[in-house]
Write a protein that binds this ligand. Structure first.
Ligand code: ATP
Ligand code: ZN
Ligand code: MG
Ligand code: MG
Length: 465
């Protein structure tokens, strides 16, 4: 990619989140991730080009030096900061504007700094041979927090029984963020039990919200509808998936063939989520990690009498286990972190210059990582302890907000398998994306939000007698 010869016609709108907008290259397996900011920001409150560059460099460093060592080399692609011609960025912004979903248009793309992040396009498989007529399928899951908090600082008992995602659903519904409750529960996905994971994925397909997207050949084919009242079309998805599961088409001819296709599709997602590093290739038995049986969330629709069935626990090197371990660095809960945040704040008020040494706003390098790894377990009352725990909390927050991308395509020798009506075989790759640092300043907001979500949940579910 020659940065001085960038042409907006080589790029197209790919997708966006709350913080960034992504465009993909028409030929190469690359994307550009550009920052967004609130459209009402005026010229002088906006980041300068210098600040934007620093911001993106922080994102790359954080991914490279903090998240990658914690989550595993094989899953994380940190990308590189690029300086783009302003003319290109402005043309690009005009070009993508009409493609953007309405619910995201409260923010505008940064067309001032010319800074962006260049990443591999994870919805594609770079080595996938074009000989096969079936392009790769990519499933993007934003799994959210997969454990029940266990901190002794928790004041509301329901937080130990109902997971954050399920409680948050009620709050989001009340605030008009979504029109229907999602029945997805992260604890089921992270359970390692095939049955529970199946139910979790089925519920994601039925109500994807912003937790599930599916791409085919790099094009988005399934996600929540812009119009919140409309449900996504599962039949449409089944039509897309049919050629990938010819076996299930034949087997169930006439009798709910769509169901068999979806079933096989979910099995493929499950297997890739449970496969890990090299442990599955060496043929060794799966090493279970964390507690053998993952806890259950009381708000999950999974039938309780089935909880004891099946093998529980996540294989040690699986992507889900890696993410869960990092999420669990939040072992004090926001209720335990907030007082430590205030300790840091008080200290900084007295010694403002210490902000740099304590790396509150980065740089996110090996030394930041050392603080995360070597934080003492007991509170000795020091500011160092408080900073270490706050750093750990922020790292955990990133892992609670990341996405998993599973991209798979039929294996080449598959043509013969099809004739034999055997199960199709796929090559796949699993990655973790959206690993941005969460701001230190966000902690008071997180504390207030937690209280609001819990109080609302208690009020809405425990109606007066
Ligand atoms: P969030 O609101 O979830 O924090 P964000 O604004 O931080 O999102 P990302 O999640 O990084 O932005 O990117 C937005 C979307 O762009 C993703 O959901 C994904 O579909 C797509 N995307 C991001 N990075 C890549 C990539 N490397 N390859 C392919 N698609 C990508
Ligand atoms: Zn739950
Ligand atoms: Mg995202
Ligand atoms: Mg993000």
């Amino acid at each position: 990619m020659e940065l001085d010869k960038m042409d907006e016609n080589d790029w197209k709108y790919h997708g966006e989140g709350n913080k960034s907008l992504v465009v993909s290259h028409l030929q190469h397996c690359r994307v550009l991730r550009l920052l967004k900011f609130p459209s009402e920001d005026s010229a002088h409150t906006r980041q300068t080009a210098e600040q934007a560059f620093r911001h993106i460099l922080n994102i790359v460093d954080y991914s490279k030096y903090v998240m990658k060592p914690l989550l595993g080399e094989e899953y994380v692609h940190s990308g590189e900061v690029v300086k783009l011609p302003l003319d290109f960025v402005r043309q690009l912004s005009l070009k993508v504007q009409q493609e953007r979903p309405e619910l995201r248009c409260d923010k505008v793309m940064d067309t001032f700094s010319g800074c962006g992040l260049c990443l591999p396009n994870l919805t594609q498989l770079p080595l996938h041979h074009l000989r096969d007529h079936r392009p790769p399928i990519c499933v993007e899951i934003k799994p959210k927090c997969g454990f029940l908090p266990f901190s002794r600082h928790i004041t509301k008992e329901c937080k130990r029984k109902v997971c954050r995602f399920c409680m948050h659903q009620h709050y989001k519904l009340a605030n008009g963020k979504w029109k229907r409750l999602s029945r997805y529960c992260p604890l089921d996905l992270f359970s390692g039990s095939k049955q529970r994971m199946y139910v979790a994925l089925k519920n994601l397909l039925e109500e994807p919200q912003n937790n599930l997207k599916i791409f085919k050949g790099g094009e988005l084919i399934f996600s929540c509808k812009d119009d919140a009242k409309q449900q996504p079309d599962l039949n449409d998805l089944i039509q897309h998936l049919r050629p990938y599961f010819p076996h299930s088409n034949g087997l169930y001819n006439g009798h709910q063939p769509g169901k068999a296709v979806l079933n096989d599709f979910i099995q493929v997602i499950c297997s890739s989520l449970l496969s890990g590093g090299d442990s599955n290739r060496s043929g060794e038995p799966r090493k279970m990690h964390l507690s053998e049986s993952r806890p259950h969330c009381e708000a999950s629709p999974f039938p309780r009498d089935l909880l004891r069935n099946g093998n529980h626990g996540l294989p040690k090197d699986s992507v889900l286990s890696k993410i869960l371990q990092v999420q669990m660095l939040d072992n004090l809960d926001i209720e335990g972190i907030y007082p430590l945040y205030k300790r840091v704040e008080q200290y900084l008020e007295e010694f403002p210059k210490e902000r740099n040494r304590l790396q509150i706003d980065g740089p996110y390098n090996e030394s930041f990582m050392d603080t995360v790894k070597n934080c003492p377990t007991e509170d000795d009352g020091s500011v160092e302890y408080a900073v270490g725990k706050v750093h750990q909390y922020r790292v955990a927050m990133t892992a609670k907000d990341c996405s998993i991308m599973i991209t798979f395509a039929p294996c080449e020798e598959d043509e013969e398998h099809q004739l034999n009506l055997e199960k199709p075989r796929f090559t796949y790759s699993v990655s973790i994306l959206d690993l941005d640092p969460k701001p230190y300043e966000g902690i008071p907001h997180q504390f207030k939000l937690d209280t609001k979500i819990v109080n609302y949940y208690l009020r809405s579910t425990q109606a007066p007698p």
